[in-house]
Design a binder for this molecule. Structure first.
Ligand code: C2E
Ligand code: MG
Ligand code: MG
Length: 697
């Protein structure tokens, strides 16, 4: 009950948002109130001028006392109106001043309403002016109910008091003038009522001691009791109205507050990273853009930093996902601490980004490095960072961060370095990479990318037993590109499957053309990237081309490079088996070039081992070269693999390999990779004799 009363009276404390909402609503309402006051008072003044001042030819000084109140109210109204308008449509500043102004406005309105209505009361007119003013102040302006009630009770009492005095004065005046005029008592009764004498006496008493009457007027009213009751009901109605309007506004304010709260939370979520609680990339990009274009910022004195937590994945593996997240949170805290007055955010994985002053970048990174290193010693945590200094403010922050990331990646394998700025050399390199990525599809579509074929011969008789398809990109802008220029880029950007698919298609098409024309055809080795299996259904695509061009399967081999075997052995083994199940022999390319263990030979079933050309390096000068090659060939045979040695450049190498028992040979000694037309010509001219089967001689 008490709580309900408290609530009804608005005695609870409101939040700042609700307080502001209510006072803003008040200021908005004040616009309408002030406007009505201005209109009313202007009309009153004009009416006075037209009806009184002009006919009576009154000067301003003579007129002023009569219109003084209207003018004061008009000026107050104008001040209130202008302030409320500026507040509402302007910057919403000086709220307290606004509230004070409203209080002053309300007091003046009530005061003048009272004065005007008191004279109306004695001359028997309606109290419209006062009623209007009370409506304004008590109900439309939103006070808390207990304040409204206080205002209403005070004004009821004061107005009642003044009203009774005014009525008393009028009664005494009227009574005495009638008595002194010697009129009949019946006339007095007609004018003042049956109890004229009593009414007169009470009025005299009231006026005799006005101060004392202040405390008595309710029990000894000079006004008609009915009028007082009417007045009281008017006040009760106003009190109810003002309370209900307050409650309604309060509900609205709370609803808005809830909405604002939700919006703020959603907004915060949308700009922060869930794991670390610091800003995310969306927010970083927006703010970085603003910062760079802000007045007084010299973009060339700023640096974008891309920070990578070294060995984070090891930490994750060792301690688990939860601890990994905690580590990210700790690192975010350290970034915040070291770059406290900069813009920073969490990027993907274990990466953080920062926009700082160029001259502070290195020292702050150094501090961060020391702190990260001291988090955990056994896993050897650390940082690697790349920096990019923008040339101008037009740079897209994401592009700038790409460059910083590029610089960071460039020192990935350099233990001693932890920070690298993006330089011109990198810019050139990145430009070239982007060119390759952006032009790949067009190059495929326009036939700029095609297979060159390098001969593979039988070691026994040097007859042509096959060719290897090696991709070449003959670009209208960059000229002739060898695989070293684009294959690593395509692998890095995970686009290699597009190239491999195009080469497969071209190979199938070439074989079909040869078969159709009745030209000699030899089996073609096609290089697969390990990524092909991850990025697309490469076997499905391959099968599609084989079917489309109706190529007999014995004309196709797949090569998988040894370096692919180091990662995700299981998945790769399954994929190799799938290729074999489809009927294609799988060759192990570049054997001995990577760090994979010999043990991995057990895990896979390859048909041919392509011995890497590195074994032939220093063939003439290094006495160990020959025994190593001999043993590798023997090893291959022992595990049922045929052999092919790559990179044969001299006759001596070829003779040695033949004697060592190597089955096939490939290298510049027998021919470089060449366009299909050149290969055809070489076969036609007798440079190569085709022999698909080894023992066909
Ligand atoms: P790879 O498959 O081991 O191809 C043999 C590479 O050795 C070719 O280089 C070839 O030109 C080169 N070569 C052959 N004989 C000799 C020689 O006697 N001496 C020297 N110094 N080099 C010789 P290329 O064409 O530059 O290809 C490099 C690598 O790029 C290939 O090595 C292969 O791994 C990859 N590659 C080429 N084409 C494709 C393709 O279409 N798809 C995929 N995924 N990779 C390809
Ligand atoms: Mg190869
Ligand atoms: Mg090779």
């Amino acid at each position: 009950m008490l709580d309900f009363l408290k609530k009804l009276l608005g005695l609870g404390r409101n939040t700042k948002f609700v307080r502001n909402y209510l006072s803003d609503t008040n200021l908005r309402t004040a616009i309408y109130n002030a406007f009505i006051v201005i209109a009313m008072e202007t009309w009153m003044i004009i009416r006075f001028i037209v009806q009184t001042a002009i006919p009576k030819k009154l000067t301003f000084a003579q007129s002023f006392p009569s219109v003084k109140n209207y003018i004061i109210l008009l000026v107050t109204g104008i001040v209130m109106f202008i302030f409320a308008l500026v507040y509402h449509f302007g910057s919403k500043k000086r709220r307290t001043l606004g509230t004070l102004l409203i209080i002053a406005f309300a007091v003046i309105c009530v005061y003048f309403g009272m004065i005007t209505s008191l004279s109306d009361l004695t001359s028997g007119r309606e109290l419209t002016c006062y009623i209007t003013m009370m409506m304004f102040t008590a109900t439309l302006l939103i006070w808390k109910p207990y304040i409204s009630l206080f205002i209403l009770i005070c004004s009821f009492y004061i107005f009642g008091y003044l009203g009774n005095l005014a009525v008393a004065e009028a009664t005494v005046g009227k009574y005495e003038s009638l008595v002194s005029a010697g009129v009949d008592s019946s006339v007095i009764i007609t004018a003042l009522g049956k109890k004229a004498d009593i009414i007169y006496q009470e009025s005299v008493n009231a006026l005799a001691d006005k101060r004392a009457y202040f405390f008595r007027w309710l029990s000894e009213p000079c006004m008609q009791k009915g009028d007082i009751i009417n007045l009281l009901f008017f006040y009760i109605t106003l009190a109810m109205l003002s309370t209900s309007i307050y409650m309604q506004r309060l509900t609205e304010a709370k609803k808005d507050e809830g909405l604002e709260q939700t919006y703020k939370e959603l907004h915060k979520k949308s700009i922060t990273n869930a794991v670390t609680g610091i800003y995310n990339m969306t927010h970083f990009s927006e703010e970085a853009q603003k910062l760079l274009t802000a007045e007084g910022t010299d973009p060339q004195k700023k640096a974008f930093l891309f920070i990578n937590i070294v060995n984070f994945s090891n930490y994750n593996e060792k301690y688990g996902f939860e601890k990994g997240n905690e580590l990210l949170k700790t690192c975010a805290g350290l970034v915040r601490g070291c770059f406290y007055d900069d813009l920073y955010a969490k990027s993907s994985d274990d990466h953080f980004v920062v926009l700082t002053d160029e001259d502070k970048a290195e020292s702050r990174l150094e501090a961060l490095k020391t702190k990260v290193e001291s988090i955990e010693k056994t896993v050897k945590l650390g940082i690697k960072a790349g920096g990019y200094i923008p040339k101008d403010a037009t740079i897209d922050p994401r592009g700038a961060l790409d460059n910083a990331r590029y610089a960071c990646n460039s020192i990935r394998k350099r233990k001693a370095l932890y920070f690298q700025l993006y330089d011109e050399r990198m810019e050139e390199e990145l430009k070239r990479k982007k060119y390759i990525i952006n032009n790949l599809e067009e190059a495929i579509a326009n036939g700029y990318i095609k297979p060159y074929y390098q001969p593979v011969v039988w070691a026994k008789d040097y007859r042509l037993c096959g060719v290897e398809a090696l991709a070449r990109w003959i670009d209208p802008n960059l000229g002739f590109l060898s695989p070293a220029a684009f294959i690593p880029v395509l692998e890095e950007y995970k686009e290699i499957h597009k190239l491999d698919s195009a080469i497969m298609k071209a190979v199938c098409r070439d074989i079909r053309e040869h078969l159709d024309k009745g030209f000699p055809v030899v089996p073609v080795s096609i290089n697969f990237s390990r990524l092909d299996f991850e990025l697309t259904d490469i076997v499905g695509e391959f099968e599609g081309y084989v079917r489309e061009y109706n190529v007999p399967k014995e004309y196709l081999h797949i090569e998988i490079t040894e370096s692919a075997l180091t990662e995700q052995a299981g998945i790769l083994r399954d994929n190799i088996n799938i290729v074999k199940e489809h009927g294609y022999p799988v060759w192990l390319d570049d054997f001995g070039s990577a760090y994979s263990s010999l043990n991995s030979l057990k895990e896979y079933s390859f048909d041919v081992m392509k011995i890497d050309m590195a074994f032939l390096r220093n063939f003439d000068t290094n006495p160990k070269a020959k025994p190593i090659i001999e043993n590798v060939i023997r090893l291959a045979k022992d595990v049922n693999m045929e052999t092919l040695t790559e990179g044969v450049e001299t006759e001596a190498q070829a003779v040695f390999l033949k004697e060592a028992g190597c089955g096939r040979l490939q290298g510049f000694y027998f021919g470089k990779p060449m366009p299909v037309e050149e290969l055809d010509e070489s076969i036609r001219s007798g440079k190569y004799t085709v022999s698909i089967k080894e023992d066909s001689k």
